[in-house]
Design a protein. Structure first.
Ligand code: MG
Length: 249
């Protein structure tokens, strides 16, 4: 069942959304060559503590860190650690926060220094696929219209959409119904209604769509070790235009 949020609940989610937006903007500014991914996590811990927000991911099904940091062939759920960030890397950061009992969730991929042309294009196309899906997040569209738009945008450019992980509803829980695949035929699934809040998150690879999980039990990498990018926003459906709760105000 897809739970509809009241205006008051969405106002609370907006607060959580702004904490996540400011955290990602801060980390995008801090990330640099030579830094270990665990240092980004340490920055995130301090930032959330000073914002009065709870981390959403720490301890979630046993996840051991505050943010996910996934570099290059790592798609999602990377555990921050000893990996050193280098010039030319794609660093995906996924962050979630809980404020006043409500969650927000967002992700970005940052290119470090000068990127290869194909890596730049991967970033641009992944971000564009999210922006286009968000633009369609309004009545009377159906849920799979977003999924289909992401897939079309990505595959037209010769990239692949990851299928093993999907977006989701969000609210009092980090992951609520409905699941939101980044592929599929349009005009299917539930109609979008005001009060739905969706975490839309295309995960896109330069090579094949297959992923595998490393022995740490979390880090998902591309099977062919091709580069990957990930952008995510928490989006509220309204009567007219969608409200992106995790966009910096
Ligand atoms: Mg998410």
């Amino acid at each position: 069942m897809i739970e509809l949020k009241t205006h008051e609940e969405i106002a609370r989610m907006r607060k959580a959304g702004q904490v996540v937006a400011r955290l990602l903007a801060y980390l995008a500014h801090r990330v640099a060559p030579g830094m270990k991914t665990k240092h980004l996590d340490e920055e995130a811990v301090k930032f959330l503590r000073s914002s009065g927000a709870e981390p959403a991911f720490l301890g979630y099904r046993g996840f051991p860190a505050t943010i996910c940091v996934s570099v290059n062939e790592e798609v999602v759920h990377g555990i921050p650690g000893e990996r050193t960030i280098r010039e030319g890397d794609l660093v995906s950061v996924d962050a979630g926060a809980k404020v006043d009992g409500f969650y927000a969730d967002a992700a970005m991929t940052v290119g470090i220094g000068s990127l290869s042309p194909s890596a730049s294009r991967l970033l641009e196309v992944t971000k564009r696929s999210l922006d286009q899906a968000i633009a369609m997040t309004k009545p009377p569209n159906r849920l799979s219209d977003l999924s289909s738009r992401v897939q079309q945008t990505v595959e037209r450019e010769g990239f692949s959409v990851v299928r093993d992980f999907v977006g989701h509803g969000i609210g009092r829980a980090l992951h609520e119904d409905p699941p939101i695949p980044n592929y599929g035929l349009p005009h299917q699934g539930p109609r979008l209604k005001p009060g739905m809040v969706l975490a839309i998150e295309p995960m896109v690879t330069m090579g094949g769509c297959e992923v595998e999980v490393l022995p740490d039990g979390w880090t998902a990498v591309t099977k062919d070790r091709s580069f990957s990018a990930h952008f995510e926003h928490t989006v509220a459906v309204t009567d007219c235009e969608p409200e992106v709760l995790t966009q910096l105000e």
